[in-house]
Design a protein around this ligand. Structure first.
Ligand code: SF4
Length: 344
């Protein structure tokens, strides 16, 4: 097989591996072996696939590949609990992913696009512009390489890194399905969260397909004017339309969505904002995750701790559960909204 037609196996489904086996005149059962080695054992080289003949292993080493990403740099927070990894793709694009440890919970935050076109005003990724969607292989490869770094098994996956997952819908769902596959990585669907800035047609699709993965919506404002100011996508999908789609999603799946709310000083952290938030989503079975803003050197600021407490107290009697995510990777720019790759 010529070099430019070299096939990389990570990210392939069982059926795609069967097709691959057909192209190299190998029996179908070989695909099950490859699937096992790729996702259950998570080997990085064909030489480690010990129940495959030596002859085939060397042929595969020559004619095919496994991983499509290469690690460029790794940054660790002071406590060592958060690690941010920069990866290079085959076409020399760069993406970041984060590995976080909180007690027994090991979470990875994966990127889904190179850059992002949504231009949320508080986000470092937005400043990069948009280059392209990541493939299933590139998304899954982030998971596998982070698992290699982590001494413990990854327990949670969030699609909240660079990019808008729902603008790369089929590939994100494809990667999530492989992470969830019982005969492979086997991470429960409810441990996998897909977060969107509010792409209404895809929220509807996610609901109508009865996807079992968790849905998070990056809300960040309780009124249309503020939301439009910080998230231009709100002009295309206004709040009532967004909330209707989330309600439809809940009605079909009975899964409570999570609303992410990045608290920014003087933008959306007032007492009125808190009261309005309860009114806006109080009728919807949901959870709210408050994320005090991680400053990236731009115009937005993190509210003071007192201000955060007041906001939180006003949500105390709300009919939804509220959690506060105090990002752990701020010092290494691995906190929420801080992922960005500088173009040299
Ligand atoms: S917050 Fe998410 S959707 Fe918005 S610009 Fe950043 S990466 Fe894109």
């Amino acid at each position: 097989m010529p070099q430019d037609e070299k096939q990389y196996l990570v990210g392939k489904t069982l059926v795609e591996l069967q097709d691959f086996c057909a192209t190299i005149d190998e029996p179908r059962y070989r695909a099950y072996q490859l699937f096992y080695w790729l996702y259950t054992k998570q080997v990085a080289v064909f030489a480690d696939m010990t129940n495959i003949s030596k002859k085939l292993r060397s042929r595969l080493t020559e004619e095919a590949g496994i991983h499509v990403l290469e690690e460029v740099t790794r940054t660790e927070s002071e406590t060592g609990e958060t690690r941010k990894v920069l990866f290079r793709t085959g076409d020399n694009q760069q993406v970041e992913a984060v590995l976080m440890k909180e007690g027994s919970r090991i979470t990875v935050c994966l990127s889904t696009q190179v850059g992002c076109k949504l231009d949320c005003q508080f986000c470092a990724t937005a400043e990069m512009g948009f280059a392209r969607n990541l493939t299933v292989a590139e998304i899954l490869n982030q998971f596998l390489l982070l698992q290699k770094i982590s001494p413990e098994r990854i327990t949670n996956v969030v699609f909240m890194g660079m990019g808008e997952p729902f603008l790369n819908y089929p590939r994100v769902i494809g990667a999530a399905e492989l992470i969830n596959h019982q005969e492979g990585i086997n991470l429960g669907a409810r441990k996998i969260t897909i977060s969107t800035a509010g792409i209404v047609p895809q929220i509807r699709r996610f609901g109508s397909e009865r996807q079992r993965f968790k849905l998070a919506i990056s809300l960040n404002a309780s009124d249309q004017a503020t939301r439009e100011k910080i998230m231009p996508i709100a002009r295309q999908y206004p709040l009532p339309e967004l909330l209707n789609s989330v309600r439809e999603y809940y009605d079909i799946t009975r899964n409570r969505p999570t609303f992410e709310y990045v608290l920014m000083a003087g933008i959306n952290d007032s007492q009125e904002d808190a009261v309005r938030l309860v009114k806006l989503i109080g009728g919807l079975p949901c959870k709210v995750n408050l994320i005090p803003y991680n400053e990236i050197g731009g115009r937005y600021r993190r509210p003071t701790d007192e201000k955060i407490e007041v906001f939180l107290e006003l949500l105390y009697n709300a009919p939804f559960t509220v959690t506060v995510r105090r990002s752990k990777g701020i010092g290494i720019n691995a906190g929420c909204g801080q992922l960005a790759v500088s173009r040299n």
